[in-house]
Write a protein that binds this ligand. Structure first.
Ligand code: TYD
Length: 204
């Protein structure tokens, strides 16, 4: 069964689209698991708390990347792989492209290091499809205003702009895996566009 990941800047609407897509698959009678990074496993929920709390001394970029990768390794080994082996559709709110965009471009760590660690943590597992919900930083900031700020939401506009541009660059380099969707449209319209794409790719 397909493994589909959703990526984008915070407030880009990826979680809303993921939920609508999951509902649609369930209505078709397909087995689906929804998960997320960080925090998709028991260990991951504890790591998520450490990663996102705004209080205290923040981890240095290298430590931050390693904690995301620890979360990912546990997530793949204890949740994603077993679900895929049981022929369940797996939809993940973020996966390894987030480390390339946030820790690589955002925190200025070397791309080769992030690629190597992603490979190590996932043992080479690749999504069949990655949906990039793309919108301007302005629009995402308006959507985010209603939420409790975490460590990344307190970052300056420039940080989010850098992350957005990196996501777009990664997606453009790998059009076979990525579907870029302009998420300024209404959620139901986005779902219809995604369904068309998924059918076109023969995943449904
Ligand atoms: P997320 O749960 O998507 O936050 P929200 O619910 O606010 O959209 O992700 C939490 C944060 O973790 C998000 O700001 C991006 C960051 N993150 C990284 O920096 N690197 C990573 O590898 C992952 C998976 C997430």
């Amino acid at each position: 069964m397909p493994f589909v990941t959703f990526e984008g800047i915070d407030g880009s609407g990826k979680s809303t689209l993921l939920k609508l897509f999951a509902q649609h698959l369930k209505q078709l009678g397909l087995p689906v698991e929804i998960t997320r990074e960080p925090g998709g496993s028991d260990l991951g929920r504890e790591l998520r708390e450490i990663l996102l709390r705004p209080e205290g001394v923040p981890p240095c970029p290298e430590a931050e990347l390693l904690i995301y990768e620890a979360d990912r390794a546990q997530h793949v080994a204890t949740k994603i792989r077993p679900w895929l082996d049981q022929n369940i559709w797996v939809l993940s709110d973020r996966f390894y492209d987030s480390s390339l965009a946030f820790q690589g471009a955002g925190r200025k760590l070397k791309t080769e290091d992030v690629i190597w660690l992603n490979q190590f943590a996932t043992k080479g597992l690749k999504p069949a499809l990655t949906v990039l919900t793309d919108c301007s930083v302005d629009v995402s900031q308006k959507r985010r205003q209603a939420r409790k700020a975490d460590r990344f939401e307190n970052e300056k506009t420039q940080f989010h702009e850098t992350v957005r541009q990196e996501f777009l660059a990664i997606a453009k380099k790998d059009p076979e895996r990525f579907f870029i969707i302009n998420s300024e449209k209404a959620p139901n319209e986005l779902l219809q566009m995604l369904l068309t794409e998924v059918k076109k790719r023969g995943l449904l």
